[in-house]
Design a protein around this ligand. Structure first.
Ligand SMILES: Cc1cc2nc3c(=O)[nH]c(=O)nc-3n(C[C@H](O)[C@H](O)[C@H](O)COP(=O)(O)OP(=O)(O)OC[C@H]3O[C@@H](n4cnc5c(N)ncnc54)[C@H](O)[C@@H]3O)c2cc1C
Length: 313
């Protein structure tokens, strides 16, 4: 929770309740000079502002106070379509998300599950009334000819476990990310071609839509960099160890696809998933908040003792 929250924290419930960081009420932190202080809206408010999106750049956070929301059940799951439907499914997805209500998030992407083969997927999460949710799922299923449609009522805990099978201990991962303001048809075609050209069956392309409550918060309210509606693109190269495979081809696949996507992207990217070598993106990852962040950095950690998440200082 600490790293995820301090850097932002995208969640399937962000359109309803904001980013994780928007639900942070206060922290206890040990600073570079050894002091342990409490930070919130009333105490050290400028540092509290910076910690909400500025990540692990100011000290070691030893406690987080977080606003909780009661949530008994959600309607969620996975709809898989053949990869040949990718163009029409993703174009329809973009249209639906352009007017999506706060109760709906849909992650979309392309992957190749064992026993199923290459697919385009939609992973919807609905947190409103069950009957309206069923209608929404019907609209999503009609975007193509589903091979698998498993959508059901579940707890938030079940939802968090849904992708566990794709995160295998010991596997190698390299992640690239971009912020996209829209899913232009040319970009979608290139992403589909990129999925076809992947170098490992475990690699995936994912799109997370950011809208609703998280996008209604002012850009200057916290240090998080992008409050406009957008898609967060993740290009995840994943591969198992094999003799003669040093990972170069998989990293190159993700890097080339990311550079292609850059032509359609906003500058910057989500700091929690940006690597330290993302020189072209880091200076823009905190948007217009970077100047104010640098000031707070100078006051609380001028020697740059803490540099966990990329920050252009
Ligand atoms: C499988 C997987 C799923 C993910 N899903 C999501 C998702 O749904 N939404 C999302 O927004 N992100 C997601 N992420 C990305 C996630 O936000 C980052 O990986 C984040 O850095 C995780 O923080 P951590 O504390 O767990 O990791 P760590 O590796 O422990 O920490 C990462 C960085 O966070 C900071 N940090 C951590 N703890 C502290 C602390 N106590 N005090 C100060 N700084 C600290 C430091 O800068 C540190 O370098 C996912 C990552 C993975 C691997």
């Amino acid at each position: 929770m600490a790293g995820l929250t301090l850097g932002g924290g995208y969640s399937p419930l962000s359109p309803r309740y904001g980013l994780a960081v928007d639900n942070l009420l206060g922290v206890e932190i040990v600073l570079a000079d050894g002091r342990r202080i409490t930070v919130c809206d009333l105490e050290h408010p400028e540092l509290f502002w910076a910690l909400r999106g500025g990540g692990g750049n100011f000290g070691v956070v030893t406690a987080l106070r977080i606003r909780l929301h009661p949530m008994r059940e959600l309607l969620a799951g996975m709809i898989l379509f053949p990869l040949s439907d990718a163009g029409s499914v993703l174009r329809g997805y973009a249209e639906i998300m352009a007017s999506a209500p706060d109760e709906l998030t849909v992650m979309a992407g392309m992957m190749s599950p064992p026993d199923v083969g290459p697919v385009v997927f939609l992973a919807p999460v609905w947190s409103g009334s069950p009957s309206a949710g069923e209608e929404c799922m019907t609209v999503l299923r009609r975007l193509g000819k589903p091979i698998v449609s498993q959508v059901s009522a579940m707890t938030f805990g079940d939802l968090l476990g849904m992708f566990d099978d794709h995160v295998v201990n010991g596997r190698h991962y390299a992640l690239e990310t971009r912020w996209l303001t829209e899913l232009a048809p040319a970009l979608l075609s290139e992403l589909v071609a990129g999925e076809d050209a992947r170098t490992s069956p475990f690699s995936m392309i994912m799109l997370h839509h950011f809208h609703g409550a998280a996008a209604r918060i002012s850009a200057s309210a916290t240090a998080f960099g992008l409050r406009r509606e957008h898609f967060m693109l993740e290009i995840l190269a994943a591969w198992d160890s094999a003799p003669g495979d040093d990972g170069t081809s998989h990293r190159r696949w993700a890097g080339e696809l990311s550079r292609m996507a850059a032509r359609h992207a906003s500058p910057g990217g989500y700091p929690n998933v940006l690597g330290p070598e993302a020189y072209d993106q880091i200076p823009f990852a905190h948007g217009s908040n970077i100047g104010r962040l640098r000031d707070v950095k100078g006051r609380f950690d001028a020697d740059n003792i803490f540099s966990g998440i990329p920050l252009a200082i």
